[in-house]
Design a protein around this ligand. Structure first.
Ligand code: NCC
Length: 276
């Protein structure tokens, strides 16, 4: 293990962390006649580089941050799961381009994935953890939560919504990357939606600003800005290798300490910017 520069770390992620979504031709979906339910292209498939992209973590420390206006200035704004903007615009902004949702949010009735307007007229990337080294067939037979039924239904009901299913081997490619750059052994659980969101954007953005992923001086026990549950493990991780993700991303950051610890964001240069 040796300390790498921000550039080396970002460029190493480019090599390992290509985010792939399930396509029409992928098995077992093709043989099962499910092609019509799947997109024929990848998310952000055009050859366009967006100047600025924002990843808005759901951290409690966003509350009172006044970051909404800054977040809304970005060309692409990525949020997670059922994190709302309504009533929190001053702190988190009101625009959403992409939502990364996990399979609990897609499948559990309390999240109203099919009914809620949170999941319409934007791009959606839904993911479910497979086991390490499992094929897509094995994953389809035994997903962690039944993501498929609701995902397919959602596509039928909302043809105008651009929605994708993450190819789960992406999660393990990202996991391998994190482990390869950590001196300590991490548990074999997939990275958080936060890390996935960053990996999704780095090929398409000149830089990515991640809000309250590294806790600022507003750090709080509060899990999310939108509910009042106290749980510090939301910030440091218990199942996901969240602390390892955060240390790595802090090593890739090019923003100064005032931006990180007072304002509450890290800035990570995109692959194209670094010429990786
Ligand atoms: O909490 P969650 O994450 O939806 O948060 C989205 C991403 O924001 C970053 N985060 C969040 C809170 C916090 N205090 N600090 C942070 O840095 C993380 O990067 C996180 O990924 C998930 O990753 O999908 C997760 O989802 C929740 C939960 O399933 C959904 O919110 C729906 O209720 C998971 N919690 C539980 O399963 C109890 C969480 O572990 C991961």
């Amino acid at each position: 293990y040796d300390k790498k520069s921000a550039r080396e770390l970002v460029c190493a992620l480019k090599k390992k962390g290509l985010v792939r979504t399930v396509q029409k031709d992928d098995e077992p979906f093709k043989s099962l006649g499910l092609e019509a339910h799947l997109p024929s292209h990848q998310l952000l498939h055009e050859d366009k580089i967006y100047e600025s992209c924002a990843v808005v973590s759901s951290a409690g420390s966003l509350l009172g941050s006044d970051l909404g206006r800054m977040i809304d200035k970005h060309d692409i704004i990525l949020r997670f799961n059922h994190a709302p903007t309504r009533e929190y615009e001053i702190d988190v902004g009101h625009k959403t381009t992409i939502r990364v949702v996990n399979s609990q949010v897609v499948s559990k009735p309390e999240f109203h994935f099919l009914e809620s307007t949170l999941y319409r007229n934007i791009s959606i990337v839904a993911w479910d953890p497979s086991k390490y080294n499992h094929s897509m067939e094995q994953w389809y037979k035994s997903p962690d939560h039944d993501i498929f039924t609701t995902y397919f239904k959602h596509r039928l009901l909302n043809p105008e919504t651009d929605s994708y299913l993450l190819n789960p081997s992406t999660l393990w490619d990202l996991w391998d990357y994190i482990q390869a750059h950590m001196p300590l052994r991490i548990r074999r659980n997939p990275p958080s939606s936060g890390f996935l969101g960053l990996a999704l954007l780095l090929p398409h953005c000149a830089h990515v600003d991640m809000f309250e992923f590294i806790p600022s001086f507003r750090m709080t026990k509060r899990c999310h800005y939108y509910d009042n549950v106290d749980d510090i493990s939301c910030t440091f991780g218990v199942w996901h290798p969240l602390s390892a993700e955060k240390l790595l991303l802090l090593s890739m950051n090019i923003a100064n300490d005032t931006a990180v610890f007072r304002d509450g964001y890290i800035r990570i240069p995109g692959y194209q910017t670094l010429g990786c």
